[in-house]
Design a binder for this molecule. Structure first.
Ligand SMILES: Cc1cc2nc3c(=O)[nH]c(=O)nc-3n(C[C@H](O)[C@H](O)[C@H](O)COP(=O)(O)OP(=O)(O)OC[C@H]3O[C@@H](n4cnc5c(N)ncnc54)[C@H](O)[C@@H]3O)c2cc1C
Length: 383
């Protein structure tokens, strides 16, 4: 179950080594300063991380989604920001690889595989991210172009991405509404402004931005797959990958919190013994490890289904829901185990506690995941 090839195991090991040697020693300082981790991102490019979802002949390092999840976990164990910095990129690579025209694959995928071209996806709008079909950003045909107007919010990596998978309405009057939605592959140009970097609790070092489109022009062949009206269905498939990635990020944060707690609970003494020997602390550690293991199994199960070419929106939703709630609880228990040190900015535990909530909200909130799960449960068990 969940076996990786020797080659994929080696990839995970190389990334784990990079995290231990270069990421963990640097993360705290970079995070507190809010510094963009240019050097670490360059190393991730060299390690082939940006190409993990780009298949041959456009790339060289495409791997199974199980391997992709484990690489993501390793990076997030070092610093969740690094795992987030290539999350949207891999969803866009997957979308282009699965749905793109031959011309779109040739134009984008080879440069995305090396990380020379980085991509992000723009779904959320100032008026909301859960009710995607209510979006108001619109691309209207004008001769041989689309003219795009609207605004997007919380778009991660927007300043450094050369390609944006923009979800928008190409037919605002369509009923049902999802038939009027398309994904446009958009490059930076006149009429597109990255207007603001949004301040946030954690996930620092990488920018999450507001985008404004005012009379932005895109060619008609910018529509993903070459046909309008398929964007909603395409993005739902892309989000299966995105939710596995977010679940894997939660695994990384939870694992870092557990490992730091295991170390601290053996070093710190109270009442004449290491604190892990006090049953309450020991119970925290046992629960943290149990939930982390359950979360990993759910995540790898969803990834395995995706690798088998099966639909996995329910399984990816379950993995994302469970792993993110587990990471939040594990991070909180890590604060408890560390006492005041868990509240100190001289330790990493407070960062895990600030990073964990993003996985509850991002890539569809956990309330939305429950809606997806129950809909699938009923569809698959209709009486
Ligand atoms: C740091 C960060 C980075 C992000 N990066 C990106 C990115 O790169 N690209 C992108 O497109 N978006 C990104 N997002 C946005 C994210 O995907 C949205 O925040 C998320 O989808 C929720 O949308 P919202 O914040 O507008 O909440 P809302 O949709 O306003 O929801 C508010 C609350 O109502 C609940 N709710 C709404 N509808 C229902 C319902 N039908 N049933 C039950 N509960 C419901 C929600 O669960 C939530 O609790 C990012 C967000 C953050 C914080």
């Amino acid at each position: 179950m969940f076996a990786l090839s020797d080659e994929e195991r080696a990839i995970v090991e190389v990334v784990a080594e990079f995290v231990d040697r270069e990421v963990r020693p640097a993360a705290r300082e970079l995070e507190h300063a809010g510094t963009y981790p240019e050097h670490l991102i360059e190393r991730m490019k060299q390690l082939g991380v940006y190409g993990l979802a780009v298949p041959a002949p456009y790339g060289e390092s495409a791997v199974s989604k199980r391997c992709y999840a484990l690489v993501t976990e390793e990076l997030a164990r070092g610093w969740m920001t690094l795992a987030g910095a290539f999350g949207g990129h891999t969803v866009v690579s997957h979308l282009i690889a699965v749905f793109g025209t031959e011309e779109q694959k040739r134009r984008y995928l080879p440069r995305m595989a090396t990380g020379e071209l980085r991509a992000t996806m723009a779904l959320t709008e100032p008026s909301g991210g859960s009710d995607l079909q209510a979006m108001s950003t619109a691309a209207r045909r004008s001769g041989d172009r689309y003219v795009v107007d609207g605004a997007k919010m919380w778009i991660t990596n927007a300043r450094r991405s050369g390609l944006i998978a923009l979800m928008c309405k190409t037919d605002p009057a369509a009923e049902p509404r999802h038939r009027g939605i398309s994904i446009l592959l958009v490059e930076k140009g006149p009429g597109l402004t990255v207007s603001r970097d949004l301040p946030k609790l954690g996930y620092k070092g990488v920018e999450s931005c507001e985008l404004v489109f005012e009379g932005y022009e895109a060619p008609l062949d910018a529509v993903l797959g070459g046909a309008e009206g398929r964007g909603f269905a395409q993005m739902m498939r892309g989000l299966e990958v995105g939710r596995i990635q977010v679940a894997a990020r939660a695994l990384g944060v939870g694992r870092a919190a557990l490992e730091d707690s295991l170390r601290y609970a053996q070093q710190r003494e109270a009442f004449g013994r290491p604190i892990w020997q006090h049953q309450s602390v020991g119970n925290y550690l046992a629960d943290m490890a149990t939930k982390l293991r359950a979360a990993r199994l759910l995540t790898l199960d969803a990834a395995e289904r995706l690798d088998a070419g099966e639909r996995c929106d329910m399984e990816a939703g379950m993995a994302k829901l469970y792993a993110s709630e587990a990471a939040m609880e594990i991070a909180l228990n890590a604060v408890r185990v560390h006492g005041a040190a868990g509240y100190s900015t001289e330790f990493d535990v407070e960062r895990y506690f600030r990073d964990a909530p993003l996985m509850i909200v991002g890539e569809g909130t956990n309330e939305i995941q429950r809606n997806v799960i129950v809909k699938q449960l009923i569809d698959r068990n209709r009486i």
